[in-house]
Ligand binder design. Structure first.
Ligand SMILES: *Cc1c(COP(=O)(O)O)cnc(C)c1O
Length: 418
C-alpha cells in the first residue's frame, strides 16, 4: 500500500514511540507501516483493536477509552511542511497517521474529508480572527449547527458510512446530549440509509435553538426524546446500556459522543491549524510555543490537545471552565471529584461534572499506566471522587494549566482561544 506523497515525505523525520513514555526515540517506523496502528484501552486488559474497531466500539469492553498504542513523534521538518496545509489537509494527514491505508486508502480518505467539510459556510472551515494584544480566536462555529462538534462529527459520520457500506450493515447511534452534540450528530447522519439515530435530550437543559434543531429534524432515520434530569444523570443509563454487550450487539448500537476516538482524532487538527496560524514564525531553529485556551466540558478537545502536544506540537494548554470546575480542582489540587450539583450556566455544553476524557489524559501523562488509570477511574466511579497521585497531579498541572478563575495570566507567547 502506498501512503501517498506527503505522508511518505513526513516519514523522514517522524518517529513512533510507545503510548506516552518519555522515550520518544524508541524506534523509528516508516509511515508506510502505519497500517498496523492499534488502539488499546486506558484500563488495560481488553484486546487491542484497529481504527474501525475503536470507531464502532465507543467504550472499550472494560469501561476504558481507546487510545493509540503508539504515538508518532513529529519532527520539526514535518511540522514546517504541515504549516502550509489547509484545515481539511491537516485532518487528512492526521487521519493517515492514525487510520492506516488498509482500512481507508489515501484517495478514499481525501474524498471523505472533503465531503465532510463541504457544507461548512467558511472557505477556511475554521478561520482565525486576530484580536488585540496577540490574542487570536479560532472560529469553530461555521458548521451547519454552529457547534464546534460539527467539525469532528461530520468526519466521524463519513468514516462510519464508509465502513457500513463496505460491510453492508446498519447501526443505531444513541446519543445523550446537553445540546451541541445532539444537533451536530443528527446533522452528520441525517438521511443516511445505513444509520438510525436516537437522541435523548435533557429537557430544559438545552438552548431553545438547539432543542428546535433537534426536534424539527426531518430525516426519517432521526428519533428525539426529551428526558428528565441533567446531562450527567443521563450519562449513567447510557453507560449502563452500552455495558450490556448482548443488547448492544443485538441492536447494533453505538455512540457518537466524545468518548469516540474518531472525534478526538479529528479534533487534534484544531490544535495544529491554530498553532500554524498563530506561531509568529517557523523559520528559526526552535519552534515558538503558542498558548491555547480551551473551553472545556468533557475534555475531548483538551485530550486532543494533550495528544498533539505529545506528538511534538509546541503548545501550552489552558483548560477554561465555568462554575462546574472539577478539572480546575484536579489540576490545582489533584481533587478529581464530583461537586454537589451541576450548576446550569450560559455555556451549557461546559456544564459537566464528569469530564470523561480526563481518563485519556491521565493515561497519557502517566506513561500509559493502565493499572493506575483503571484503579483511579474505578474508585471515581464507585465513590464520586479520587485524589490524583502526586506525580500524576504534577504532570497534569504542567500539561493543561487552570488559571485562577477570573484572572488572566500574562505570558509572552501568542495566545489563542479555540
Ligand atoms: C462541546 C463543547 C464544549 C466542551 O468541549 P469538550 O471537548 O467536551 O471539553 C465547550 N464549548 C462548546 C460550545 C461545546 O459545544
Amino acid at each position: 500500500m502506498s501512503a501517498g506523497p506527503s505522508a511518505s515525505r513526513a516519514a523522514a523525520d517522524t518517529r513512533w514511540a510507545g503510548g506516552a513514555g518519555e522515550t520518544w526515540s524508541l524506534r523509528t517506523v516508516p509511515l508506510q507501516a502505519s497500517g498496523s496502528m492499534w488502539y488499546v484501552s486506558t484500563r488495560g486488559t481488553a484486546p487491542r483493536v484497529d481504527f474501525e474497531g475503536a470507531l464502532f466500539a465507543g467504550y472499550a469492553p472494560n469501561g476504558g477509552l481507546f487510545m493509540p498504542e503508539e504515538l508518532p513523534r513529529l519532527g520539526e521538518g514535518t511540522l514546517r511542511q504541515w504549516s502550509a496545509l489547509s484545515y481539511p489537509g491537516l485532518v487528512t494527514e492526521l487521519c493517515t497517521l492514525f487510520i492506516g491505508p488498509e482500512l481507508i486508502p489515501r484517495d478514499d480518505l481525501e474524498g471523505l474529508v472533503q465531503r465532510a467539510f463541504s457544507r461548512f459556510r467558511h472557505r477556511d472551515v475554521v478561520p482565525l480572527s486576530r484580536l488585540r494584544n496577540g490574542l487570536n480566536v479560532l472560529e469553530l462555529w461555521h458548521g451547519v449547527t454552529y457547534a464546534f462538534k460539527d467539525l469532528s462529527l461530520c468526519c466521524t459520520a463519513q468514516f462510519l458510512q464508509y465502513f457500513l457500506e463496505k460491510r453492508g450493515t446498519h447501526v443505531t447511534v444513541v446519543v445523550g446530549t446537553s445540546g451541541d452534540t445532539g444537533s451536530a450528530a443528527i446533522e452528520s447522519v441525517q438521511g443516511t440509509e445505513s444509520v438510525d439515530i436516537v437522541v435523548l435530550l435533557p429537557q430544559g437543559h438545552c438552548t431553545k435553538i438547539q432543542e428546535l434543531q433537534m426536534t424539527t429534524a426531518q430525516g426519517e432515520n432521526v428519533r428525539v426524546f426529551g428526558v428528565e434530569g441533567n446531562s450527567d444523570e443521563l450519562d449513567q443509563p447510557i453507560k449502563a446500556l452500552f455495558a450490556d454487550e448482548a443488547f448492544v450487539r443485538k441492536h447494533n448500537l453505538m455512540s457518537l459522543n466524545s468518548i469516540n476516538w474518531a472525534r478526538v482524532l479529528v479534533q487534534m487538527a484544531h490544535h495544529f491549524f491554530a498553532y500554524f496560524r498563530c506561531a509568529p514564525s517557523l523559520d528559526g531553529p526552535l519552534l515558538p510555543p503558542v498558548e491555547v485556551v480551551v473551553p472545556t466540558g468533557a475534555a475531548g478537545n483538551l485530550a486532543a490537545g494533550c495528544i498533539a502536544q505529545k506528538m511534538g506540537l509546541p503548545i501550552r494548554l489552558v483548560a477554561a471552565v465555568n462554575r462546574n470546575d472539577v478539572i480546575h480542582r484536579a489540576v490545582q489540587r489533584g481533587d478529581f471529584s464530583l461537586s454537589e450539583t451541576v450548576h446550569p450556566t450560559l455555556a451549557s455544553a461546559m456544564d459537566i461534572q464528569v469530564p470523561y476524557n480526563m481518563e485519556r489524559i491521565f493515561w497519557l501523562l502517566s506513561g500509559s499506566d493502565s493499572q493506575m488509570t483503571r484503579a483511579l477511574m474505578e474508585q471515581f466511579e464507585r465513590t464520586g471522587g479520587v485524589s490524583l497521585p502526586k506525580e500524576l497531579q504534577s504532570k497534569v498541572s504542567h500539561c493543561p494549566q487552570a488559571p485562577e478563575k477570573g484572572k488572566v495570566q500574562p505570558r509572552d507567547t501568542a495566545r489563542l482561544g479555540v
